[in-house]
Design a protein. Structure first.
Ligand code: NAD
Length: 272
């Protein structure tokens, strides 16, 4: 393909930092953008050997990728790592704020996160907001100054369908409810997106959100998947790789006149 429109989707040689990049969606984004020629930098605070093995998987596909151990709730570490990326690669072109506390439904880690709302542990609520919302803000604070200086850059915040609509808790098990802190934090991510977009617009730095519907992790039960699928117009959950085109659009010049907004891909769920 050789059309001008096609060229607008290029991310060739762009330096792209992906927080939570070792996770389920993060790896899909890293692969899609890396195969399109971007230099990928994964930030994650998962087990260090797992983090490195995820980077190896990407490099085996000839993707330029490094992985750094970053807890994005630690402002000092985030700033240090942002500076190290800029020192090594000269710039951060794109920051994708993808990390969140989002364990698979029915997993051991998820147990407390499905508590009834009137009993939701306040410490857990604070922790989720710290990662999902404040962590996103800290990463933007660290990456934005060099984007302002260069008058160029893209920030992409991964939100959730639950930023626009409440969870239909009937799909979860008896006495289980989608984390109220997650819903609140992801809604906050949309406000953060608009606020930063307004602040950075005059420098030509764009800030958007991507709002995906459910792409359940492989370990999720068939029963849950079926219930979840019944809630949108397409009657199914998203398949792995199905968000890649949207991410390429949002990270590239194809979306050059879009800022302060969200791209929703939820199988029509929020339009019903
Ligand atoms: N999977 C879905 O169906 C779905 C739907 C809507 C939105 N999302 C959003 O997509 C993003 C990715 O979700 P996922 O399903 O891939 O989850 P995931 O749990 O596989 O990935 C999240 C990653 O974030 C990392 N992380 C958590 N806390 C961190 C911290 N303090 N510092 C650095 N890294 C940290 C985790 O280690 C993990 O690798 C999340 O923002 C989630 O809210 C996912």
């Amino acid at each position: 393909m050789n059309s001008e429109a096609y060229k607008m989707f290029s991310v060739e040689n762009k330096v792209i930092v992906i927080t939570g990049g070792a996770g389920f969606l993060g790896m899909q984004f890293a692969k899609a953008l890396g195969l399109a020629g971007a230099q990928i930098v994964i930030w994650d605070n998962c087990d260090f050997s797992f983090l490195q093995s995820q980077a190896v998987l990407l490099r085996q596909k000839n993707i330029k990728c490094i992985a750094q151990d970053v807890d994005l709730t630690d402002m000092v570490v985030v700033n240090k790592m942002a500076n190290s990326v800029i020192e090594k690669f000269d710039r951060i072109d794109v920051l994708i704020n993808n990390a969140a506390l989002n364990p698979a439904v029915d997993s051991a880690e998820a147990e407390q996160m499905f508590s009834p709302y009137e009993k939701y542990p306040v410490d857990l609520f604070k922790k989720e907001v710290e990662v999902d919302l404040i962590g996103t803000h800290l990463c933007i604070q660290a990456a934005a100054p060099q984007m302002i200086k260069r008058r160029s850059g893209v920030i992409l915040n991964i939100s959730s369908e639950y930023a626009n609509i409440a969870a239909d808790n009937r799909i979860y098990g008896e006495g289980q409810f989608k984390s109220i802190a997650y819903i609140a934090a992801k809604s906050g991510v949309l406000g953060l997106t608009r606020g930063w977009a307004s602040y950075l617009g005059e420098y030509g730095v764009r800030v958007n959100a991507f709002t995906p519907g459910g792409m359940p992790k492989p370990e999720v039960s068939e029963e849950f998947r079926r219930k979840y699928s019944s809630l949108n117009m397409l009657g199914r959950t998203a398949n792995p790789g199905e968000y890649d085109g949207a991410i390429l659009f949002l990270c590239s010049d194809a979306s050059s006149f879009m800022t302060g907004n969200q791209l929703v891909m939820d199988g029509g769920k929020s339009a019903w």
